[in-house]
Design a protein. Structure first.
Length: 103
């Protein structure tokens, strides 16, 4: 199913962002449940974020998984991003990334 097909949202991520910024569309809420393979008794952990980049990357992750209904190993990374705006303001933030590892 294409992104936005259920709710009527645009399929373009750029248009989704524009609508959210103008108050006419939802912001993302992405949630991933995971376990640490070397600590199976520690239980299930949850990572939740409203990051647009992360939500968009999940689309690719879901394609990688396909219709496979089994546990898969993945890697969660936190990417530090820093840049200077045209107005010379320094901006820094952390961007979460999720990747499915090959077998």
């Amino acid at each position: 199913m294409k992104p936005g097909a259920r709710c009527g949202c645009p399929s373009s991520w750029d248009e989704r962002r524009m609508r959210a910024r103008s108050g006419r569309g939802p912001r993302p809420h992405a949630r991933v449940l995971f376990r640490f393979p070397n600590l199976p008794d520690a239980g299930v952990f949850e990572f939740a974020t409203s990051s647009w980049d992360f939500a968009e990357s999940l689309n690719g992750v879901m394609k990688d998984l396909g219709s496979v209904n089994e546990r898969r190993a993945g890697a969660m990374e936190i990417d530090a991003v820093e840049f200077t705006t045209p107005g010379r303001l320094g901006v820094s933030y952390c961007r979460p990334l999720l990747k499915i590892l090959t077998r």
